[in-house]
Design a protein around this ligand. Structure first.
Ligand code: TYD
Length: 211
């Protein structure tokens, strides 16, 4: 079963690139026009997955093995997909998800160096029949995002990685974009945040996601 009548939109990019602001603008837009949309995020989105998120991101967990981390992301995604995303799509809703399977490929695959084939299998396993319709990709190099934001937030284990790690993440997203051009809607965010928002709305309208 594909998504039936709903539309599944993921939002991806490196840290500090305006992803949260654009997600908030999208939410406000949907509220304003009474569009029946669900806004959610990964890791997280359900009580069980939010608890897994806390384990993954806890800065005290420096000894976390990278495969453990990968399996925790997959477990959080499975629960989130089964409990929230798939039912909302089946009910015909638009689901906007802040990070999803491409983050795993970019962070755990391209940046941490875990076998990408294994990640693809795990992602598929966690997603079941759910398919991403479009991915809004904030195409901003970490030098212009992460660093501008003031570098690492010490309480977040993943933000604590250095610039080299985030450059690998960015390179990963660019590779994924090349392999899935049909679903990637990429935004360089060179204008103001309001201009970027207008471009995102226009792209979603053009593809019939928003009316
Ligand atoms: P979060 O604070 O939500 O970051 P952001 O605001 O940038 O989205 O933390 C999520 C972190 O988890 C972020 O560093 C990216 C990372 N991540 C992975 O490494 N793999 C994944 O599969 C997902 C979903 C997130």
């Amino acid at each position: 079963m594909k998504n039936t009548s709903g539309k599944f939109i993921t939002i991806e990019g490196c840290e500090g690139v305006g992803k949260s602001t654009q997600t908030r603008f999208l939410r406000e837009y949907c509220e304003k026009f009474s569009i029946d949309a669900v806004f959610t995020r990964e890791p997280g989105g359900t009580p069980i997955s939010e608890q897994i998120r806390a384990v993954i991101l806890d800065a005290a967990h420096q000894s976390m093995d990278s495969l453990t981390e990968l399996l925790l992301y997959a477990a959080a995604r499975r629960q989130h997909t089964a409990e929230i995303i798939a039912p909302a799509l089946a009910a015909g809703k638009i689901v906007f998800c802040d990070r999803y399977s491409d983050s795993t490929l970019a962070y755990q695959g391209y940046a941490r160096g875990i076998d990408k084939q294994i990640i693809n299998v795990l992602n598929r396993f966690a997603m079941g029949e759910t398919e991403i319709d479009y991915t809004i990709f904030m195409d901003v190099h970490p030098k212009n995002g992460f660093l501008r934001k003031g570098g690492a937030n010490a309480s977040d284990r993943l933000e604590n990685e250095g610039l080299a790690f985030h450059e690998k993440v960015y390179g990963g997203f660019k590779e994924i974009e090349k392999s899935a051009p049909h679903r990637f809607l990429s935004f360089k965010a060179t204008g103001t945040k309001f201009e970027t928002h207008a471009l995102i709305i226009a792209a979603l309208k053009e593809r019939g996601v928003l009316t």
